[in-house]
Design a protein around this ligand. Structure first.
Ligand SMILES: [Zn+2]
Length: 134
């Protein structure tokens, strides 16, 4: 999955801001994650960065600037362009935002490409509680 290589290259070994959303990626999953992440940042200027987690392991912090910056240049066109839907390969994908439904839960927002309503991921803090779409 080439997207994952790019994302790994963007990830820095530094702590993100507190309560930063977690971008949870499965290495075996389909591509499109980078485009979806750019779209995620493009939708809200307040989104500063995410923590990249691949197959449950923390890789590092990916900042907004890096995700939509020069290193991601190859995918330019999907970001900030309403005509991006015509570009193949990305732009079609959107990250789903999942949250623990328990008030005050310390688990940050979790961003995923795929979500099975019949078998949703569980909150890492409240292990028996299903995460819900934000
Ligand atoms: Zn929780």
């Amino acid at each position: 999955m080439p997207d994952l290589d790019v994302l790994r290259g963007l990830a820095r070994d530094e702590p993100g801001v507190q309560d930063e959303p977690v971008l949870a990626v499965e290495a075996a999953a389909q591509g499109g994650t980078l485009g979806a992440l750019q779209r995620y940042f493009g939708e809200d200027d307040g989104r500063r960065g995410v923590t990249l987690v691949v197959d449950g392991e923390r890789v590092g912090h990916v900042s907004r600037a890096d995700a939509i910056g020069p290193l991601a240049e190859a995918t330019r066109g999907s970001y900030g362009s309403s005509s991006g839907m015509s570009l193949p390969g990305h732009a079609q994908y959107r990250l789903l935002r999942l949250r623990c439904p328990i008030p005050g839960c310390p688990t940050p927002e979790i961003l995923v490409m795929n979500y099975d309503e019949d078998d949703p991921p569980r909150c890492p803090t409240h292990r028996s509680v299903d995460l819900e779409r934000a």
